[in-house]
Write a protein that binds this ligand. Structure first.
Ligand code: PLP
Length: 474
């Protein structure tokens, strides 16, 4: 694909190694004699999330600046970003339009409380988000993260049924291998064992659908796998077991991300929707990864043409620049909850100090502008076949047992070393980083979700570096 000015006003091929942007002032302040950032003496006090902290301190990786498709590491190397930071920097790094919007907002209104008072950008952004959402959606509730969005959506589901006089509907149905963040609600409906086992009983009354990963029938599927729509029938079994009158909602990621980019089988999501409708269950899509263009449409709901009742978002809403999340709801959910409250009382006793923070709203609006101006969602749709073809070139590389893709999402699954799950993928991750490529290892899978400004040549680089290192790891 040729570089299109319409799509991308910035030249993302520009080599950020070429000093296009200085390291951050903070990093500069800490520069040691050799010019490298010296952080060793500050490392022990930072308890890093989802990190083997002691192992990390022995061989730290530190990023000090970013631009377009690249990070720069503390030792001055350009690192091609194949994961949009952490599935979030969809517009690429340090887009000047977004940076400027945040800067400008910070000088005008640093903070506004969100309980019983607000500010113009919060209203404007909510309407712009609704304009992107499927028909029937009418309200936006702001949060600060995906975890908060998930917990908010679960609480809305409970409040909705209670307002309808069906307060016994308190159960949630999640799915194995799902990641819904780290709040107690999110880990309860989530299905990643490692994230749950330390934390006891969590929310009561939760049950889980089987995951949809079926390598025996679907390995190396391109896009949606052909087999597995019948797994949605698990929901009928749960209704039979628990009775619909006890179930509030079903929550799924349309494409499971952190669980390994598990693409829904053809017909699966449609069937879930139909079963929810038949039994009065709400359907929540966790679109923290798939929202904001990852599949080439604003939301996965439009890609799959399956409309949920609530959509939980975060990450791409601000292209990762300022923490923000939101729950988008169908009007009928808001109306039902509001109608049940006595006049003048708080309808939904929930919210965060930083809900609709002015800097986050400014970042989100500039991000939506960038997506629209550069037609980045269309760019994802156009690049998706290129991405798919490139990833599947690794089919016969050593250790590879499955490759999955949809939109600009991808996963390369490796055979595990006997007794050492995850070790091979983590070694590959480290080799890639040393060679200037940031990927993400989860279990024995390499998951990929590049910024939408990626060029075809950079897709080839990603595949070439991974392919080379698959040969290098044992
Ligand atoms: N839901 C999904 C699908 C996610 O992928 C994530 C994070 O990766 C979350 C929720 C949690 O988001 P956060 O880390 O912003 O709390």
């Amino acid at each position: 694909m040729r570089q299109s000015r319409q799509w991308c006003h910035r030249d993302t091929r520009r080599d950020p190694i070429g000093n296009s942007r200085p390291a951050s002032p903070a990093a500069t302040l800490q520069r040691g004699k050799g010019g490298h950032v010296t952080i060793a003496n500050t490392m022990a006090s930072y308890w890093m999330p989802f990190t083997p902290n002691r192992q990390f301190r022995a061989a730290p990786r530190t990023l000090v600046s970013a631009d377009g498709m690249y990070y720069r590491s503390d030792d001055g190397r350009a690192i091609l970003d194949a994961v949009a930071g952490l599935w979030c920097c969809n517009a690429g790094h340090n887009d000047p339009r977004i940076v400027e919007a945040i800067r400008a907002q910070a000088g005008v209104l640093d903070f506004a409380p969100s309980f019983q008072i607000s500010h113009p950008a919060a209203f404007e952004l909510s309407q712009r988000l609704i304009d992107l959402a499927p028909p029937g959606f009418g309200q936006v509730f702001y949060t600060n993260s995906g975890s908060e969005s998930v917990d908010t959506a679960l609480k809305m589901a409970l409040a909705y049924h209670r307002a309808r006089g069906e307060g016994a509907r308190t159960r949630f149905i999640g799915r194995e291998r799902a990641y819904h963040g780290v709040g107690f609600g999110g880990i309860s409906v989530g299905g990643i064992v490692g994230n749950r086992k330390m934390f006891g009983t969590m929310l009561g009354g939760v049950d889980h659908l089987r995951h949809t990963h079926d390598p025996a029938r679907n390995a190396f599927s391109r896009g949606q796998p052909a087999y597995g729509a019948e797994l949605a029938e698990d929901l009928e079994r749960m209704v039979a077991l628990h009775d619909a009158s006890t179930i509030a909602a079903v929550i799924v990621e349309p494409v499971a991300g952190a669980g390994g980019v598990l693409v829904p089988p053809l017909g699966y999501l449609e069937r879930l929707r139909a079963i929810c409708d038949a039994h009065g269950l709400l359907l929540i899509f966790d679109e923290v990864i798939t929202g904001f263009g990852r599949l080439g449409t604003p939301f996965a709901a439009q890609y799959f043409n399956v409309v949920p009742d609530m959509i939980a978002v975060a990450k791409g809403i601000t292209s990762g620049c300022v923490p923000m999340g939101a729950v988008l709801t169908r009007t009928m959910i808001h109306e039902t909850i509001a109608d049940a409250a006595a006049a003048g009382t708080v309808e939904f006793a929930h919210g965060y100090t930083y809900s609709g923070h002015p800097l986050a709203c400014a970042a989100a609006m500039a991000t939506l502008d960038a997506y629209a101006e550069d037609r980045l969602f269309d760019r994802v749709a156009a690049l998706a076949p290129v991405w798919e073809a490139a990833l599947h070139r690794l089919k016969s590389a050593p250790h590879v047992i499955d490759i999955r893709n949809l939109g600009l999402l991808g996963a390369i699954e490796l055979e595990s070393r006997p007794g050492l799950p995850g070790a091979r993928a983590f070694e590959l991750y480290k080799l890639c980083y040393e060679q200037g490529l940031l990927v993400r290892a989860t279990g024995d899978m390499i998951v990929l979700s590049p910024p939408f400004i990626i060029e075809e040549g950079q897709i080839d680089m990603i595949v070439d570096i991974i392919g080379r290192n698959l040969k290098a790891v044992d």
